[in-house]
Ligand binder design. Structure first.
Ligand code: NAD
Ligand code: MG
Length: 396
């Protein structure tokens, strides 16, 4: 039977790779809905190729623009706004949702997919970091199937035995080892970090990704978010998750078992592999990714993660251990810091400082429902903006 697919964030890096896999496997998927924020030209092009029933954009202006572009394609219904995203995530016809909106903006629709029992292909890690408990409870209550798309979590998923959700300890797992490339500044002299430009920060050595996750990879906040993501998906505490620097990005992550065995998933650094794995699971689909040529790679290297060079890693472990609203606060502060850095209002080396100061100022609260998460998010963003203004004043 065909999977009926909504792609949230279709015009992004993950969204486009997802549709590339759909195009290679047309007998497996019907595209029900595609969403984009403001990139109406790109979305129009995708609608012409994939003929979704719905296309969703940010607001009325974008919807009008898309209607003009698609005037000759009346089969596509055009909607806009956050509720429309939720609607295409939980429509009864939909079997599968690719959650690939970046940041907190993806939370409501990703959670809606979880609550309505869909097969969720999860790229939007920020949703899980913010609202892990609420999200995982929704998955369990509805019987949704959660398949990780993030390459590290997908590798861990592939390296675990079937039925691991009965508890990793019972499966003989000692720890999860998340690999990290170390990003573009792994060896950069620390004295250069204050001068780093957005262009340098977005030039990842191995992966081609959206701008926000590229900056997160450069600060290693991305790996920190992934530690928290792994903790929720696999039900493991912070002390059983390690980060290992592996600059070649060939080993996408590993699982260490009690008997000393270490299982890993390897491949070229191309997101179409984990995307195709999640889309086809438990079957395997062609993804268009070239065969791994280990002889030409020659050597795989490893080094310990440097928590002093990358303070965002330490902050993430702190947030995970503190639990409650701490991860939501950290995530919101980071989103504000990255946006400010990309807009040249914050230096690269100030990103972890801003996140830390916001974490120190926000009260730690329990989060047992979405309202608490959104309050923590709003409080953290307000503090981040206040500090950004203060710091801008201090410089001028
Ligand atoms: P991207 O910036 O390339 O694309 C983001 C998509 O979300 C676009 O379609 C955009 O139109 C949409 N969007 C942006 N802001 C929005 C808003 N406010 N409301 C609704 N839609 C909005 O990002 P990406 O690199 O594809 O990453 C998407 C998600 O996948 C992120 O959470 C990221 O952490 C995760 N992820 C990405 C990669 C990767 O290789 N790119 C790998 C692992 C995980
Ligand atoms: Mg990743």
């Amino acid at each position: 039977m065909k999977q009926v697919l909504s792609v949230l964030g279709a015009t992004g890096s993950i969204g486009l790779s997802t549709l590339d896999v759909v195009a290679r496997n047309p007998e497996r998927f019907d595209v029900f809905a595609l969403s984009a924020h403001r990139q109406t030209d790109k979305l129009a092009e995708l609608c012409r190729r994939f003929h979704p029933r719905y296309a969703v954009v940010a607001g009325e202006t974008e919807a009008d623009a898309l209607r003009t572009l698609l005037a000759d394609l009346p089969g596509v219904q055009i909607e806009y706004g956050p509720q429309a995203l939720v609607d295409i995530a939980c429509a009864p016809e939909v079997t599968t949702v690719m959650a690939a909106i970046v940041g907190a903006a993806g939370l409501a629709s990703t959670l809606a997919a979880a609550r309505s029992g869909k097969r969720i292909l999860l790229a939007n890690k920020e949703a899980l970091v913010m609202a892990g408990d609420v999200f995982m409870s929704a998955v369990r209550a509805s019987g949704a199937v959660l398949l990780p798309v993030d390459s590290e979590h997908n590798a861990v998923f592939q390296s675990l035995p079937a039925g691991f959700d009965y508890g990793l300890t019972r499966c003989g797992v000692r720890k999860i080892i998340l690999t990290a490339s170390g990003g573009p500044f792994r060896c950069t002299p620390l004295s250069h970090l204050p001068k780093v430009t957005p262009r340098e920060a977005c030039a990842h050595p191995n992966w081609s990704m959206g701008r926000k996750i590229s900056v997160d990879s450069a600060t290693m906040m991305n790996k920190g978010l992934e530690v928290i993501e792994a903790s929720w998906i696999f039900g493991v505490p912070a002390e059983r998750i390690d980060v290992l620097i592996h600059p070649e990005s060939t080993i996408h992550s590993m699982v260490q078992y009690e008997d000393g065995s270490v299982l890993a998933e390897l491949g070229n650094p191309d997101m179409r592999t984990p995307i195709a794995h999640a889309m086809g699971f438990p079957e395997r689909l062609p993804s268009g990714v070239a065969d791994l040529d280990l002889a030409s790679i020659g050597k795989l290297t490893f080094e310990p993660a440097d928590f002093a060079r990358f303070p965002c890693l330490a902050l993430s472990y702190d947030a995970l251990r503190a639990a409650g609203s701490a991860p939501a606060v950290m995530n919101a502060a980071n989103e504000e810091a990255v946006a400010a850095f990309l807009a040249a209002r914050l230096r690269f080396d100030q990103i972890p400082r801003l996140v830390q100061e916001v974490m120190e100022r926000c009260d730690l609260r329990p989060v047992n429902e979405l309202g608490c998460v959104m309050e923590a998010d709003a409080q953290a963003r307000a503090w981040a903006r206040t500090l950004l203004n203060e710091w801008a004043g201090a410089v001028s």
